[in-house]
Design a protein around this ligand. Structure first.
Ligand code: ADP
Length: 185
């Protein structure tokens, strides 16, 4: 199964991704995790990326596209993958389409985890990660609205989008995801 998981910061995407991986076993490609690992390892790309991450801005498309391209070429991805945090812009989605087209491995589904913005701000403000300052949270939410939400239309038009209601208990939300994924098989 090849899937993209889209959701605003604070939607609970990380938690649901964990459940999904336990059950369906795709390779997990989280760009947030990859960038944090690169930053912590002190690589050139990681340090450059951190200048954007720490203020809640998106890392430049070409940087992230190169990272994903390299990762998708690794053997574990041939069995399926979950893209978590990528694509986040139309340019990234187009680059992904090109890569997958060249490999002859199109996406099966794009899951959107939907949560109202007021609820997101409350959740993020209580989380306390280093990039969870009120200013950075605002920047990420506005960035999602302006740069990432156009992807919903992009994938909707391709008939790939499934929207999941992100309110409820973790188990209730995962049951909704399972229902969508099981109906694909
Ligand atoms: P969140 O979903 O909480 O905003 P992530 O862990 O997915 O956080 O990402 C953290 C930061 O990493 C983002 O705020 C952004 O700076 C950077 N980042 C992650 N994925 C991408 C991407 N696809 N394109 C550009 N920047 C990204």
């Amino acid at each position: 199964m090849r899937l993209v998981f889209i959701g605003p910061p604070g939607a609970g995407k990380g938690t649901q991704a964990e459940f999904l991986i336990k059950k369906y076993h795709p390779a997990h490609l989280s760009t947030g995790d990859m960038l944090r690992a690169a930053r912590d390892a002190g690589t050139e790309v990681g340090l450059k990326a951190n200048e954007y991450m720490s203020t809640g801005q998106l890392v430049p498309d070409q940087v992230i596209v190169d990272i994903i391209k390299e990762r998708l070429a690794q053997p574990d991805c041939s069995e399926g993958f979950l893209l978590d945090g990528f694509p986040r812009t139309i340019a990234q989605a187009e680059a992904l389409d090109e890569m997958l087209k060249a490999a002859g491995t199109p996406l099966d589904v794009v899951l959107e985890l939907r949560v109202p913005e007021e609820e997101l701000f409350t959740r993020l403000a209580g989380r306390g990660r280093a990039d969870d300052t009120p200013e950075a949270i605002k920047t990420r939410l506005v960035g999602y609205r302006n740069q990432t939400s156009p992807l919903l239309d992009y994938y909707g038009k391709k008939g790939l989008l499934k929207t999941i209601d992100g309110l409820g208990t973790v188990e209730e939300i995962f049951a909704r995801i399972e229902k969508e994924l099981d109906s694909l098989q």
